[in-house]
Ligand binder design. Structure first.
Ligand SMILES: [Zn+2]
Length: 446
């Protein structure tokens, strides 16, 4: 069989000779309805022009004649929205070491990056760095791999990697110098180590996000300016100390503090239901997208589903899931900034596909379709405002786009059935994506 590496190459050859664009030429979406995501509106019958990796024009089709030399994508009766983001994602290691499972190979890295794009994910915030990972950004940006824009957290701060405040401090300075985009916090960091990390991070100018270590507590993490609190578990463990009216008051106070300190929330609702033992494991075993991942990874998922209990389960799993949903709903109502994320490829969260499993959970928590889309588009652009401009369909924005056959503001599920995805101005049509998915499926079926 062909390896995925050669498939990627052949894909690019198709791109050069067929109906897809190389990035150097102008690409024009004609007569398309634009969901700009700067506000809740649809701009009907627009022409959107892409030059290189930028959107250079968004204009009513009646007002422009486009150059004949451009590549045209007919957008009649279609909708163009900004690409989505996985704000708590992972990419397998490129140099996994001698003791890693066999499936940690180059093909796994390549297919993971592609799976994100295949589902309309054009930006991934990688939440666990490892040596050599930063070079992956170059591989994607140069077009050697088909992948999303990557922003990467460095190797984790946790109970094993940090044993003193001094060590925490040194690690911050080192990761800042190496060029990581943020610091990743895991459980096990002591209060003193955390405070030393915060102080050093503020000095050098790098953000930190992730879990809330038990010794730190959610209130201290919020007040220290942790940029994202992921998984909401820190909120749940704090609130579980209280009951009834007192818990309600503590919840209000937490939400007020979160908003006041501009902390962003990456809820990862679907994964956490899986992790705490509140998910429908029978249905999850039948997820169609499991055919796109290594058998060994799938087996890990199935083994977990046999005994789905972890240290994150507090009391009755169903009640905990309900509380999580309420917390997200109340945060959203209060105007706390939410970011879309699923922790792929954690348990049953197949990269890209897992976002579409997450959306119904956000909806169930009371978020509107527009608010859910914001969490994966405009909010992400705001979060990364110092790195680049993206997250809306407007002039000057990075050309990360999804072309759809129906209006996602009315029905989010139409995003799965998209008609093509653009990353940094590179266009991947539905046909190309379907073909490559088929190749990944074949690779993992053998
Ligand atoms: Zn994670």
């Amino acid at each position: 069989m062909k390896t995925i590496t050669t498939l990627v190459l052949s894909l690019f050859l198709i791109g050069c000779t067929g109906d897809t664009s190389s990035r150097e030429s102008l690409t024009v979406f004609t007569n398309v309805n634009v969901i700009p995501m700067d506000s809740e509106q649809v701009l009907m019958d627009q022409t959107v022009i892409i030059d290189g990796d930028r959107i250079v024009d968004v204009i009513p089709s009646s007002e422009i004649t486009v150059p004949a030399s451009a590549m045209f994508i007919d957008g009649t009766d279609k909708y163009l929205m900004p690409g989505l983001a996985e704000m708590h994602g992972h990419v397998p290691p490129t140099n996994p070491g001698p003791n890693a499972p066999e499936y940690f190979n180059k093909e796994y890295v390549e297919s993971t990056l592609f799976l994100y794009v295949s589902a309309g994910i054009t930006t991934v915030r990688g939440m666990l760095g490892y040596e050599g990972q930063l070079s992956l950004k170059d591989s994607v940006n140069s077009g050697a791999y088909i992948g999303p824009n990557l922003y990467l957290a460095g190797p984790s701060f946790n109970g094993n990697s940090i044993s003193s405040p001094e060590e925490a401090r040194e690690r911050v300075i080192q990761q800042h110098e190496e060029g990581w985009d943020l610091l990743k916090i895991h459980p096990g960091v002591s209060l003193e180590e955390y405070d030393a990390m915060v102080e050093a991070a503020d000095e050098v100018g790098i953000t930190f996000g992730g879990h809330v270590p038990a010794g730190v507590g959610v209130i201290h993490a919020i007040e220290s300016g942790q940029i994202t609190i992921d998984h909401v578990d820190g909120y749940v463990s704090y609130l579980s100390q209280f009951e009834d009216q007192e818990m309600e008051e503590k919840l209000d106070e937490l939400i007020r503090l979160t908003k006041e300190h501009n902390v962003w929330i990456v809820p990862t609702m679907a994964l956490w239901e899986t992790i705490i033992g509140a998910a429908d494991y029978e249905t999850m075993r039948t997820y169609d997208e499991l055919k796109y991942i290594p058998k060994g990874v799938k087996q890990n998922y199935f083994d977990f589903a046999e005994n789905p209990q972890t240290g994150y389960t507090i009391g009755d799993p169903a009640e905990q899931a309900q509380l999580r949903s309420r917390i997200l709903g109340e945060m959203n109502k209060a105007g706390v900034k939410i970011l879309m994320g699923t922790d792929a490829p954690q348990l049953f969260s197949v990269p890209g596909f897992s976002i579409h499993r997450e959306l119904p959970h956000m909806k169930a928590a009371g978020m509107s379709n527009y608010e859910i889309l914001l969490s994966g588009t405009k909010n992400v652009g705001e979060y990364f405002a110092e790195k680049d401009q993206f997250g809306t369909v407007a002039v000057g924005q990075r050309a990360d786009l999804i072309l759809l056959n129906a209006n996602p503001l009315e029905d989010l599920s139409v995003i799965k059935e998209h008609d093509g995805v653009m990353v940094q101005g590179r266009w991947y049509s539905r046909e190309i994506i379907v073909q490559k998915l088929k190749e990944i499926e074949t690779y993992y079926s053998e």
